[in-house]
Design a protein around this ligand. Structure first.
Ligand code: NAI
Length: 504
């Protein structure tokens, strides 16, 4: 995949869409997707046309067909070119082929284009679409580029695989700032951060710490942080406790689907993927292969995504007309099968009939549902990241991971063999298995796999040289150990930059 063109931004790149001439159509890259994608995209393009959206839709081909041509990233160089020219994508869901050779195109697009914020409003349509939480009005803002979604995975031993979770200071700051800017622009009162920093003290701890620092700069917006497990339970039961929720990528992926589903259905929620230069708008749901080609898919999620796009490109007038026509259609009981009442009081309509019903209501406003107002600024806020002072970094040890499956996996045997290694300054401090200390003084009950983390430091916690690490690895090699990776132990301005083993 050649993404270099994306970084060679044209000179006018900073020109925001909202400053474009109001009459000049805004070029949009349009991907029709897989499964139900083409059906719902046709419906949405029809509605954009009927609503007189000032856009110039330029098709790009991505997804299944491209994968099957042998392009493992699912996107051709010509599509990247169109994306570079338009800088805005309206995308129907695509199918990621199963199998280890394929990368998720959704993740590739988000990461390659720097779409760091995934914004998912979860509105309700009570009493017209069933929800257990009629008053719910939550926006989920998910970090979109980091965490385990780098997809950096390795199988290291017969039994053990790993996935690298990367949380960065600038990435955390961008998403926290985006969440507060979003709250401020949209008249929201509170931003809540969900993390698991009671366990992941360094990664989630950093996300939390940066969130708190950014929150201090927005005294007009309430802020709090909660542990993700109880927070998600509370969100499912009492969503009125929440307003804007910001969270790392993986949690955001899961929690946003939960929030969308309890607000009514994942089938009716759209999402905006926003970066500094590019933006992509889509439905929250996937390509629904089980109903593809039947003409019964709900186009609402993608329509919602298109409405968010209209705000972003500076056409809130069109967004408002389309939004209100959509609400009026739902209010009039015109519903597709996925959200129609189960008691058969209303007959479900097709994708096409739903789109026609929305078109027929352009210019109308709902009577019971709250009419939509699109007078805010939907363009991407300029997000700046504060420079960080470089701390003093010192190497104080190394964790060497071994694939070791001898002596009935007795950690005491391994410990003694490692302590007997000669010829280096680094000495064994402890061994853990799956993070739990098993040597010295481990518990005999601890289940052990073939994957051992062996921590070496120099006496009196002194400073280590790279040459000493190399000497240690040479000694391990000499003694016949299969070392599979190393992680260096650093301090930053004297503060420990690594976690302790459970029980250390
Ligand atoms: P899915 O969201 O496609 O479907 C889940 C269930 O919801 C199915 O029963 C489906 O019929 C129903 N559904 C979804 N959207 C609907 C709509 N608009 N109208 C009526 N019913 C709807 O999730 P699934 O089955 O897990 O994934 C299918 C494929 O979609 C996979 O290949 C997955 O990788 C891909 N996917 C793509 C996404 C994207 O392009 N942004 C997001 C999520 C999944």
């Amino acid at each position: 995949m050649d993404t270099t063109a994306l970084n060679q931004s044209p000179q006018d790149l900073e020109v925001n869409m909202k400053h474009a001439s109001p009459d000049k159509p805004v070029p949009i890259a349009v991907a029709r997707g897989d499964g139900i994608g083409p059906e719902i995209m046709d419906a949405v393009l029809f509605l954009l046309d009927q609503a007189e959206a000032r856009i110039d839709a330029r098709p790009i081909e991505i997804g299944e067909q491209v994968y099957h041509r042998g392009v493992t990233a699912g996107i051709e160089p010509s599509a990247w070119e169109t994306v570079r020219e338009t800088r805005v994508i309206l995308k129907a869901p695509i199918t990621t082929p199963r199998g280890k050779g394929y990368k998720s195109l959704n993740v590739t697009l988000r990461k390659s284009l720097g779409l760091f914020a995934n914004v998912r409003p979860c509105p309700t349509f009570h009493p017209f679409i069933h929800t257990v939480h009629p008053g719910m009005d939550v926006v989920i803002i998910r970090e979109n580029e980091e965490d385990t979604y780098g997809g950096i995975e390795h199988r290291q031993t017969t039994e053990v695989t790993q996935c690298l979770k990367l949380i960065t200071a600038p990435g955390s700051e961008k998403i926290a700032r985006y969440a507060f800017e979003f709250a401020r622009r949209n008249g929201r009162r509170k931003v809540t951060c969900f993390v698991k920093d009671n366990i992941m003290k360094l990664t989630d701890g950093l996300f939390h710490e940066v969130f708190d620092r950014v929150a201090d700069e927005y005294p007009d917006i309430e802020s709090d942080a909660m542990i993700i497990d109880i927070a998600t339970a509370k969100l499912a039961k009492q969503p009125d406790l929440f307003d804007v929720v910001v969270l790392p990528n993986l949690y955001g992926d899961i929690v946003s689907d939960v929030a969308a589903e309890i607000s009514g259905s994942v089938g009716i929620c759209g999402s905006a993927n926003v970066g500094e230069r590019y933006a992509m708008f889509e439905a929250v749901h996937g390509s629904a292969p089980d109903i593809a080609g039947k003409g019964i898919a709900n186009p609402s999620g993608l329509l919602h995504g298109a409405i968010l796009m209209l705000d972003h490109i500076g056409q809130p007038d069109v967004a408002e007309r389309l939004h209100n026509a959509w609400l009026k259609t739902i209010e009039d009981g015109v519903l597709t099968a996925d959200v129609a009442p189960r008691d058969a009081s209303t007959e479900a309509v097709s994708t096409e009939a739903f789109a026609r019903a929305v078109a027929n209501r352009l210019g109308e406003t709902p009577q019971q549902l709250t009419a939509a107002r699109h007078d805010g600024d939907g363009s991407a806020p300029a997000i700046t990241v504060s420079p960080t002072a470089k701390p003093s970094k010192q190497l104080v040890g190394v964790d060497v991971f071994l694939d070791w499956d001898a002596h009935e996996r007795n950690p005491n045997v391994l410990g003694r063999e490692l302590e007997a290694l000669v010829g280096g300054a680094l000495k064994l401090k402890m061994i853990t298995n799956r993070g739990t200390k098993v040597y010295p003084d481990g518990q005999p009950e601890t289940f052990c796999t073939d994957h051992w983390r062996c921590r070496f430091t120099v006496p009196a916690d002194g400073v280590v040289q790279h040459a000493e690490v190399i000497a240690l690895l040479a000694a391990l090699e000499q003694a016949g150990f299969d070392f599979i990776k190393t992680e260096h132990l650093y301090t930053f301005d004297g503060e420990r930059g690594y976690s302790l083993g459970q029980g250390e």
